[in-house]
Design a protein around this ligand. Structure first.
Ligand code: ADP
Length: 367
């Protein structure tokens, strides 16, 4: 397995800072996603790992060795591009074997590797057809197979799912996770899609405007966001965010508009260490329970159902309340789902353990 490290890597294009001082170590053998909005520096970061771009400052290390000035072919990694660039006048076998042939690998060894990888990719019965006769998902596997037969230590993927239709995208992302687990190869995958990242990545590097917002296990970004940007970017529908003041009145409570929420006693000291006025509060939709769903001691307020979106086994409820912002709650409670519709008054209970507090200026989480 191979360890990739970015040691204070910066990439500037003229006055534009595309990647700003990234210092991280990717976990060996993990599926890592580089995530963030368009233009945040994801591809540039990947291309610097690949050796297709040279950092303005800082170093790329592979297994502890500085490779910043090494060309891509000396890095034992392979990149899968968004455009598949398959040859339709050649068979799948020839497409997959071309790189090996160029490296001088003999035919017997080539065929053995192609067949081994084709079996992992479940395209072994397509090897003698041209790619044009394959489905979009199968073509994607051929492109991946072309990289995998070379047994690289690291596979770099630049938005490999973005050109696929929704159903195929979901299938292919599951496949990518399965293939990565089966081979144990380090995968570094660029995406702007937070759901793809959350569902298959072991760890996520979330960037914004070239800067690291958070790097770590996917669930840490979800449950313990370092800042408001992370909280807002990860999760769908987005986390509810609103302004409040912290009030100490026996209990410690959040005061927001006409709503007041008691916070858990056991975190009292933590809450009181935060500036009392103007905090940003974040509560995920699944931590806002409707009706009697939730523990009765949890703080509650009333709201009106504005829009209901149905997904079969759960609903999203967009709510109006005394807060300025509209709130969204997710419920899978059958009683709630059968009884609530637009215009209904409802009691909202908030799981106080799931309340995040952010500094409204810097966006940093208080704890
Ligand atoms: P992402 O992959 O997150 O969409 P990129 O890494 O492609 O973002 O680009 C980051 C920023 O750098 C963008 O503002 C983009 O326009 C700029 N950029 C990328 N490549 C070049 C280049 N070769 N020349 C000038 N600017 C570039």
């Amino acid at each position: 397995m191979t360890k990739i490290e970015l040691d204070h890597v910066t990439k500037e294009y003229g006055s534009l800072v595309a990647v700003d001082d990234i210092a991280i170590e990717f976990t060996e053998g993990a599926y890592t996603m580089i995530l963030g909005p368009s233009g945040c520096g994801k591809s540039t970061t990947l291309r610097m790992i690949a050796g297709l771009e040279t950092p303005t400052r800082g170093d790329v290390l592979i297994d502890g060795e500085v490779v910043t000035d090494q060309p891509p072919r000396h890095r034992n990694l392979s990149m899968v591009f968004q455009s598949l660039a398959l040859w339709n006048h050649k068979s799948v076998r020839e497409n997959m074997g071309f790189g090996l042939q160029m490296e001088g690998v003999d035919k017997e060894e080539r065929n053995a590797r192609i067949e081994e990888i084709a079996a992992v990719l479940q395209i072994e019965d397509k090897l003698d057809q041209p790619p044009s006769e394959l489905s979009g998902g199968q073509q994607q596997r051929v492109a991946l197979g072309r990289s995998l037969v070379r047994k690289p230590e690291v596979i770099l993927l630049d938005e490999p799912l973005s050109s696929l239709d929704e159903k195929l995208r979901l299938e292919m992302r599951t496949e990518l996770a399965r293939i990565q687990q089966e081979l144990g190869t380090t995968f570094v995958h660029v995406t702007h899609n937070q759901e793809d990242a959350m569902t298959i990545a072991d760890e996520i590097l979330l960037l914004n405007e070239g800067e690291v917002q958070q790097f770590g296990p996917s669930l840490d970004l979800y449950h313990e966001p370092d800042n408001e940007f992370v909280a807002d970017f990860i999760g769908s529908p987005s986390i509810n965010l609103f302004d409040a003041n912290i009030v100490e009145n026996g209990a410690v409570r959040l005061d927001a508009g006409g709503i007041s929420l008691d916070l858990p006693e056991r975190h009292r000291d933590q809450y009181l260490s935060v500036p009392r006025s103007d905090v940003r509060v974040g509560v995920r939709p699944e931590s806002m329970y409707l009706g009697d769903d939730g523990e009765s001691g949890w703080p509650a307020f009333s709201a009106t159902v504005d829009v209901v979106e149905t997904f079969g086994d759960y609903n999203w409820y967009y709510l109006q309340s005394d807060l300025e912002e509209s709130l969204v709650s997710q419920s899978a409670n059958v009683n709630v789902m059968n009884s609530l519709s637009r215009g209904d008054e409802v009691t909202v209970r908030v799981n106080p353990e799931s309340v995040h507090l952010f500094d409204p200026k810097s966006g940093e989480a208080y704890f």
